[in-house]
Design a protein around this ligand. Structure first.
Ligand SMILES: Nc1nc2c(ncn2[C@@H]2O[C@H](COP(=O)(O)OP(=O)(O)OP(=O)(O)O)[C@@H](O)[C@H]2O)c(=O)[nH]1
Length: 585
């Protein structure tokens, strides 16, 4: 397995056919703390590759043509280089439309859909499946049909980045508004190139020049102003400028040199899913790699199934779907979640096994430490694992945003860069949490609250929210975190012990230890150390805990269980397994 010198965690996951959270878990095991968007080097990636049964070799990278404006995807370029170029073909770009409320996102999506349907398919009834494809000068473009940065970032927070280009719609009569800025920050945080569509130019009050100036003020310099951001004036109502916009999308896509291999088992992402009355669970999949075919055995998130029927965005039955095609499929036992990954596997048995593994991982993830926190920042910095602190800042008034921003920027140290990925006025929302989760950021609230949905999401995703009402306290805390003064201390709590009575082999490298719990308890979330003749021979986590055929959360004293210890197959009869957890003082 050839691995590039540097690779983003998400891309490494794709390369190793694993989920990003799986990769993050393995990295943490090796004391490497990297979020989904962070880069790891070859040595770090190789550790994970070996864990997953690959034999890593360093990849020699030749320069690729994929460098465009700000936001060209360096990550994809690296991944691309890791693929065998002769097997890849250019693929249609996947585009998301974002922008402020009422600036015309839906009207634009409708106008494009109505007027640009491929000629032979015109007249077909449009099915709303969450995405559609149009053809422009013989080339296809895929549009995601749920406009807005909320959906975009929610998917990213779940580990799925499907968008290649973001079109930011700004109404020419209204200008840059709070959600325009938000949308731009979300696209930037995802490293997705931006195209500006200045909409509603048919209105007499339209002032496109003012919009360009306002954009320049927030660092988006359009081409007329000497920058490199493509900007197209349009009217989503009359259709003016739409041809040019589509051409610009194709141009930006071409410069990104988007490619995929259609001749491998498909990999894709769920973009929408629902329970249909007559047919059962129906999921819209955006195919990203390979070609999805009728009859393929699939794993979608924790579900195993088979493609029993497949429809395109016109509701027409199709047999296969190449990369960047949105399709709705039947053949899953339940409704999957948007952001879930689809993977084609060789047979039903593999599908069930893989689905069970993913279900198990998801249970384990709930016990994972959060993404980033000020408390653990210093430790991660010391280990060279963190080089920047990403912050989402929400304040009660714009004046405070500016004051805090200036104070924070002064704090930037050599060792670590402070990076304000989004700043805004108002309470902390679920979208802020998604953005923080997707970018490995902490959220700072100044004189604002988090709404309930945001709090729930933050807890689920392990995102830290810190509240302040005095600026110097905020700055002091961040400064202390940078200097390691906020580092918390932990103490260990032993939960129980088990003795290994029997060994079972499962697969090539997996050994199941048949144990009896002698005191306390062993839980699925436990950390464990293996003791042999009183000496520690291994320390990691419980990878699987079963009683009989059932996965269980915990096993109490006196009971027997089967346990797989993460990354350890050299367990022996007579070994004592000590389960423990770390608690903050
Ligand atoms: N004159 C004019 N009106 C437009 C144009 N585009 C959209 N509108 C109108 O602006 C209003 C808002 O458009 P939408 O497409 O619903 O805007 P949106 O951005 O999808 O809004 P949300 O979904 O609420 O975020 C509607 O009344 C549209 O008819 C345009 O190019 N010219």
């Amino acid at each position: 397995m050839a691995i590039p010198p540097q690779i983003v965690v998400r891309d490494l996951a794709e390369l190793l056919h694993a989920t990003p959270t799986e990769i993050i878990r393995h990295l943490i095991k090796h004391h490497i703390f990297a979020s989904i968007n962070q880069v790891v080097d070859y040595e770090q990636a190789a550790l994970v590759a070996r864990d997953l049964g690959f034999e890593p070799t360093p990849q020699v990278i030749s320069p690729t043509s994929a460098s465009l404006q700000r936001g060209a995807l360096p990550t994809s370029a690296v991944l691309e280089a890791a693929r065998d170029d002769k097997d890849t073909v250019p693929i249609p770009p996947v585009v998301t439309i974002m922008g402020h409320v009422d600036h015309g996102k839906t009207t634009l999506l409708d106008m494009i859909r109505k007027t640009r349907v491929a000629a032979e398919e015109a007249g077909g009834i449009t099915q709303h499946i969450g995405a559609y494809q149009v053809e422009v000068k013989g080339k296809k473009i895929t549009f995601l049909d749920t406009p807005g940065h909320e959906a975009f970032t929610a998917m990213r927070a779940r580990g799925a980045q499907v968008t290649h280009i973001a079109v930011i719609v700004v109404a020419a009569d209204d200008g840059v508004m709070p959600q325009t800025r938000e949308a731009i920050d979300h696209a930037r945080a995802a490293n997705v190139p931006i195209i500006i569509a200045i909409n509603k130019i048919d209105k007499p009050t339209a002032n496109p020049e003012l919009v360009k100036q306002q954009l320049a003020e927030i660092g988006v310099i359009v081409e007329d102003y000497g920058g490199d951001t493509v900007c197209v004036p349009i009217s989503a109502r009359t259709g003016a400028g739409i041809d040019e916009l589509l051409e610009m999308i194709l141009l930006v896509a071409e410069m990104q040199d988007l490619r995929a291999n259609p001749n491998r088992p498909a990999v894709g992402v769920v973009i929408e899913a629902k329970l249909e009355k007559n047919t059962g669970p129906m999921a819209t999949i955006l195919v990203q790699e390979g070609t999805l075919k009728m009859g393929d055995h699939i794993v979608v998130g924790p579900l195993a199934g088979k493609v029993r029927a497949m429809f395109n965005d016109r509701g027409k039955r199709i047999q296969k779907a190449p990369p960047s095609t949105p399709v709705s499929i039947l053949g899953l036992p339940e409704v999957p979640q948007p952001g879930d990954r689809l993977e084609v596997v060789p047979d039903e048995r593999t599908a069930k096994q893989r689905a069970a593994e993913i279900a198990e991982q998801r249970r384990a993830e709930s016990s994972l430490p959060g993404h980033v926190s000020l408390d653990t920042l210093y430790m991660q910095m010391q280990e060279g694992k963190t080089k920047e602190l990403n912050i989402v800042l929400k304040c009660d008034v714009q004046g405070t945003v500016e004051a805090i921003k200036n104070a924070l920027l002064k704090l930037g140290e050599e060792k670590i860069k402070l990076h304000l990925i989004h700043e805004g006025v108002g309470n902390i929302t679920e979208t802020d949490v998604h953005l923080a989760a997707a970018s490995g950021a902490i959220i700072i609230g100044f004189n604002v609250k988090a709404d309930n949905a945001a709090l729930r999401q933050a807890q689920k995703e392990g995102v830290e929210i810190r509240y302040y009402d005095v600026i110097y306290q905020l700055i002091e805390d961040i400064e202390a975190a940078l200097k390691g003064l906020l580092e918390p201390t932990y103490h260990e709590v032993v939960e129980g012990h088990a003795e290994v009575l029997q060994l079972f082999r499962s697969g090539k490298n997996t050994v199941i230890a048949g144990c009896r719990v002698t005191d306390g308890k062993i839980t699925r979330a436990s950390q464990v150390r293996v003791l042999r003749n009183g000496a520690k021979v291994h320390e990691s986590r419980v990878a699987s805990l079963r009683r009989g055929k059932d996965d269980v959360r915990e096993v109490a004293a006196g009971y027997e269980c089967g346990m797989i210890i993460e990354g350890f197959s050299n367990v022996q009869i007579g070994d004592i397994i000590e389960a423990f957890r770390q608690e903050k003082d």
